[in-house]
Design a protein around this ligand. Sequence first.
Ligand code: AMP
Ligand code: MG
Length: 492
Amino acid sequence: MALPDSFASSIGWNFDNSYRRLPSEAFSPAIPQKVPAPECVIFNSSLAEEMGLHFDKTASEKIALLFSGNEIPHGAEPIAQAYAGHQFGGFNMLGDGRAILLGEHLDQSGKRWDIQLKGAGRTPYSRRGDGKAALGPMLREYLISEAMRALGIPTTRSLAVVRTGERIERATALPGAILTRVAQSHIRVGTFEFFAAREDRVALQKLTDYTIARHYPPLVESSNRYPLFLKEVIIRQAELIAQWMLVGFVHGVMNTDNISISGETIDYGPCAFIDLYDPATVFSSIDHQGRYAYGNQARMAFWNLSRFAETLIPLLGETTEEGIAVAEEQLRRFSSAFENRWLCGMRQKLGIANEEKEDRDLFQELLRLMNEQHLDYTETFRLLSRPETQNHPTFQRSDFLLWKKKWEVRLSRQSSSQTDSSKSMRRHNPVVIPRNHLLENSLQEASEKNDLRAFHRLLEAVTTPYEKRWEGSEFSRPSSEDQSGYQTFCGT
Ligand code: AMP
Ligand code: MG
């Protein structure tokens, strides 16, 4: 049902649904299933403002109708997108099984925003799933995606979570909910794999040209645009993973259908942040082999990008051999792009302003010490950021004192003062990350008792992660209990 124009214009919807102009196999029209009792749980008004949408005079009931899919905004033309994906290494044809794209909203500056309802009911791609989502996992995505944003990491955003009034069947019956996810686009590596698998070169080229125009517009006019597009995607992905590593983020399900071509972090299912530094950390209950372990993420990103490059081979050269050669040449850029971004981030975390070749060794040695001494990753960097905590008992072991000496000598070989260094460190080392025990507790309160207070407190902390006011608070510390068995689930 479309809303009257007067309502649409007061909110400022401005849809231009360009994805629907792609070959028709790329999507299926899909209408969100009506829900019995929509109720707004959380609404991101600052994001709405950023998108040029004005909800300040809109009643919460109206917001709930819109972001449950019970009312379709003026100009939206909902679809489910088709895609494929390598899931834990195995190839499958997939698609939005529980997400419906309302459309693309253009803000006043011309920026395009995909607006998607996650958990809006069955689509032609639902397979055996019910198309629904539970409140806990949707609030989890809301909080972690907004935390990533506050940490300065490219990510999809969360505009709203609405309860549906239904209970959905999982291991137990859970309150149903819909998350409104906002993204530069939902084009994935898996979207390209979908077209490549159909061996329709014309459609593949259309998708590629469309994606270049949407995400890499300076390349549109280039005669060499396909290799350059591949290069840019590789670099953005490498830099994204480096940023994950720097804050201790474990995505948990880096299947190719969960890798965005725009370079945003997408699909917050079983993700979580490490506390103790350990590259082998795996949280996801289904990741038995540690395929997507914290320390394996760069390797898996490279694997995913290799699958992406393969889809482009027909466009990369006159012959397959030529296409493969171009793909390989571009893929070789990954490791230095990753390494450079990571080194740059580690220098910032340790207050180092200039580059030296041996920096990498200094960083690796610190990480090794953290690993051996079971130190909390976030807290260690934060303690090092303040002169008054640099002599914390944590750092009194002889090997740590030795490392600190090396670090101090390293700092003395640059022009910036100790004060500037510490200041810069505090800008790059968050006090707050979404701590697993706090997040779980807040989701439980929300889900089981309909009490959102803990969730809101945590949200405030994780969206202002560098603020001094959190130092020494519960948000800054790891759990006092052993978290070694902590597990996450794929939110389905
Ligand atoms: P994910 O691991 O969350 O990226 O999901 C993998 C695929 O399963 C995607 O195509 C989803 O749309 C689909 N899917 C996940 N949960 C459901 C569900 N409850 N109903 C239908 N499809 C689902
Ligand atoms: Mg997914």
